[in-house]
Design a protein around this ligand. Sequence first.
Ligand code: CAO
Length: 420
Amino acid sequence: MKALEGVKILDFTHVQSGPTCTQLLAWFGADVIKVERPGVGDATRKQLVDIPGADSLYFTMLNHNKRSIELNSKNATGKEILTRLIETCDVMVENFAPGALDRMGFSWERIQEINPRMILASVKGFGPGNYENCKVYENVAQCAGGAASTTGFRDGPPLVTGAQIGDSGTGLHLALGIVTALFHREKSGKGQKVLAAMQDGVLNLCRVKLRDQQRLEHGPLTEYSQYGEGIPFDDATPRAGNDSGGGQPGRILKCKGWETDPNAYTYFITQAAVWERICDVIGEPEWKTREGYATPPERLDKLNEIFERIEQWTMTKTKYEVMDICNPLDIPVGPILSTKELIEDEGLRKTGTIVDVDHPTRGRYTSVGCPIKLSDSPVEVMRSPLLGEHTLEILKDVLGYDGTAIEKIVESGAVGAASK
Ligand code: CAO
């Protein structure tokens, strides 16, 4: 049995943040019913299109294992159907612009009237306050949540990261909120609202940078490169390039082939526990005992020199050779893997983290499978639904409408053509 089997999710999400959340719930076995505007659907179906006429990878990679119903929630019959869906489902997930659900006539109060056990889960850009009415996309959240100001090099502009911490990160937070509210409902018998604001989600992931903000009041951040370079600290956590965010100094270092391969690099951590082995590997055995090098605090003002020496060694090895030599010695290193290397990685395919999926209009494509593994709730990644593919099935099987009623619904325009 799948962990969330029997849980019905009314999925009113679009773009990335909300769909990430409901895709996870679908992978864990929930029946996810994605409500889409007739003839239009989730805007990402038609964004960044690589194969004309087919749903984009943006859409297909975020909407696996869901069913799609076309439904106009602003049409009178559409509202009736939505009301029935709210009665039937356990969780409603949405990430509309602030106020959109109210404008449709489905305020939290109304939803509770229809189904007091309903859990209403929302992604918004900001929590209550000055910015609560703003529309927000990924990079806005990265900027507002502390990621951009702390990413990049000290002498360069703020940077956003390729990891979608604002969208997918907030979707993950919301998924945890939903299963927690479901667990709570077991005891209370009641639903509740769950809010994951993107700014809050990013800030949660930037927790260590807020740690450093407060440490600044008590002196310089000695593990940051700028400390060793003698550059004074300002009053906010600075950008720290590729310095490690923890107590063990680390850097990205060039490996053999870096002149032509943009990813011929390794991350290298000079963990204190294995310092002596590092000294032996790089050919500086006297650093093990030399004054100024032997203990972690002594090394802090020499990190540039130390990493330059380690890099002289890593540049003689490929990033995989560095891994092969350092891993048996327990020296923490990691190759910089390109997306091409990841998509071809046999190990990730074996665990189902990278999967191939067949799709009727776009053919076979590769996707990221479920990154969370439950031993008793295995995940089978199913293709994303075509727009309205399950409209009739949901009207019949989930809501119990029969032939004439369905004809009337189709005539009303509430579900688009619904001829599938
Ligand atoms: N039937 C009828 N109308 C529908 C509908 C349906 N099935 N589904 C959506 N709509 C309507 C909404 O009701 C809304 O109408 P109003 O403007 O009249 O209220 C309209 O479609 C547009 O919805 P929207 O405002 O959410 O979409 P947008 O493209 O204007 O904004 C976004 C997109 C993402 C900026 C906004 O939804 C948002 O800020 N969401 C919250 C934060 C978030 O999740 N951001 C991350 C997105 S991923 O990068």
